[in-house]
Design a protein around this ligand. Structure first.
Ligand code: NAD
Length: 260
């Protein structure tokens, strides 16, 4: 479905981003992967995308909190593949503490990684998309882009911010063939969530398995994790021609979390 297109997924060395990169490669798109991690593991992922799906994949080590590095990543993508057609802003981090105890540097890091990163990448990618009259921008927000939880002040602020940013870009690009949407996942079992369950298990003295179900069911009527590849499938749909008039929306994929 996306043969000949190029998709860039930030934070795709792990979790949701990694699964999403594979979903786009499976549709024939060339892929730019990005994120931190072990060099050999990243090369294995990149080579695996090419081998498994017969596409071309490159890796960018850009730190998404740094505007110049992000701009350079977009320029390299356009130079290598001729275009950047699908931009998926997925890189994200979490930090959990009451606001009085929330370190200022953690606030800055979460806002830079989860919100300003998307400003930098969209700012750099949009001119090319507008010129070519085709583009898809997908921001991985969260259920926390729509509702709040305690102890996640920076994350909730960043994710609400990204839903707002999504709407502005959608309006500005509405007649340029470019759509911009947010995806708002509930719990997906990735390293980002695993750390939070491990922290609870450490406090309660229970096992990871014993803490997993209460962790999910506290927030979600549906007592199971969403699979990372389900997020990838939704992003692929939003990049399809069938979704050409869907823009400015925030799609929940959260086991009913925000329906309550
Ligand atoms: P993860 O920890 O598995 O992956 C995060 C990725 O971001 C990694 O590849 C990491 O290297 C990359 N990254 C972090 N900082 C970066 C930086 N400065 N520059 C470049 N890359 C950077 O996490 P995940 O759960 O897959 O999360 C992916 C996205 O989905 C995040 O935006 C997260 O907020 C969102 N999300 C996750 C869940 C969940 O339950 N896992 C739920 C809702 C939303």
């Amino acid at each position: 479905m996306l043969k000949g297109k190029t998709a860039l997924v930030t934070g795709s060395t792990s979790g949701i981003g990694l699964a999403t990169a594979r979903s786009f490669a499976a549709e024939g798109a060339n892929i730019v992967i990005n994120g931190f991690g072990d060099k050999a593991d990243i090369e294995k992922e990149r080579a695996g995308l090419e081998k498994d799906f017969g596409i071309k994949a490159i890796y960018s080590p850009a730190d998404v909190t740094k505007g110049a590095e992000v701009a350079d990543m977009i320029a390299t993508t356009e130079k290598t593949f001729g275009s950047l057609d699908v931009l998926i802003n997925n890189a994200g981090i979490q930090f959990v503490a009451n606001i009085e105890d929330f370190p200022v540097e953690k606030w800055d890091a979460v806002i830079a990684t989860n919100l300003s990163s998307a400003f930098h990448s969209i700012r750099a990618a949009l001119p090319g998309m507008k010129k070519r009259k085709w583009g898809r921008i997908i921001n991985i927000a969260s259920a926390h882009g729509l509702v709040a939880s305690p102890q996640k002040v920076a994350y909730v602020a960043a994710k609400h911010g990204i839903v707002g940013l999504t709407k502005v870009v959608a309006i500005e690009a509405a007649n340029d063939g470019v759509t911009c949407n947010a995806i708002c996942p509930g719990w997906v079992l990735t390293p980002l969530v695993q750390t939070q369950i491990e922290a609870r298990a450490k406090t309660s003295g229970k096992t990871f398995e014993e803490e997993s179900l209460p962790f999910v069911s506290e927030k979600q009527p549906m007592h199971k994790f969403t699979k990372p590849e389900n997020i990838g499938a939704l992003a692929v749909f939003l990049s399809s021609d069938a979704a050409e008039s869907i823009t400015g929306s925030a799609y929940s994929i959260d086991g009913g979390w925000v329906a309550e």
